[in-house]
Design a protein around this ligand. Sequence first.
Ligand SMILES: C[S@@+](CC[C@H](N)C(=O)[O-])C[C@H]1O[C@@H](n2cnc3c(N)ncnc32)[C@H](O)[C@@H]1O
Length: 186
Amino acid sequence: MGVVGSDWLVRSERDSEEEPDKALDEMKIRKGMVIGDVGAGVGYFTIRLAERVGPSGKVFASDIQPEMLNLLKERLGRTTLRNVETVLGTTTDPKLPPSSCDYILLVDVYHEFSEPQRMLQKMKEALKPEGRLVLLEYRKEDPSVPIRFEHKMSVAEVRAELEAEGFKLERVSGVLPRQHIFFFRK
Ligand SMILES: C[S@@+](CC[C@H](N)C(=O)[O-])C[C@H]1O[C@@H](n2cnc3c(N)ncnc32)[C@H](O)[C@@H]1O
């Protein structure tokens, strides 16, 4: 998604369509955690994550589009949050510090990766030993989800791609109206 479409990421209906707080409740985010928000866009999840981890925690917000990160910085400037570090990544490397993250979160991002295997290896390095990689993707199995087919992923597709790169699927949550939540460990 290009920056011209970034308004869609903060559309007013998104809260009711996607229930982001329910997703973060499922992740059991705690104060002091370190989270990598990869493909952060303009920070729809970043800001919620930063509020949840609090001043003793940290969020690395990585994206490959500097324009997205600039919009995120503007949004952060209108808050009192000081625990977000924006990171300009590349298509092969989110540029997160090694063994730093309790969670890496990818919301509606994995299917956009042009070099998914290389991104997965780098994210594996950035996770702590007990860290988890969490993906939210629109459910391809469900024709009633009003999103273009090529922007959806099935459980079988996600599982096959990530397990081939050394991740283990721990569980899939179906609590959200439109997306699956995938929890992987390394
Ligand atoms: C559909 S947007 C989702 C943004 C955000 N996660 C959200 O839910 O609002 C996808 C984002 O992924 C970013 N992206 C695509 N490939 C990427 C990569 N290899 N590394 C980091 N970000 C990437 C795009 O620049 C875009 O901002």
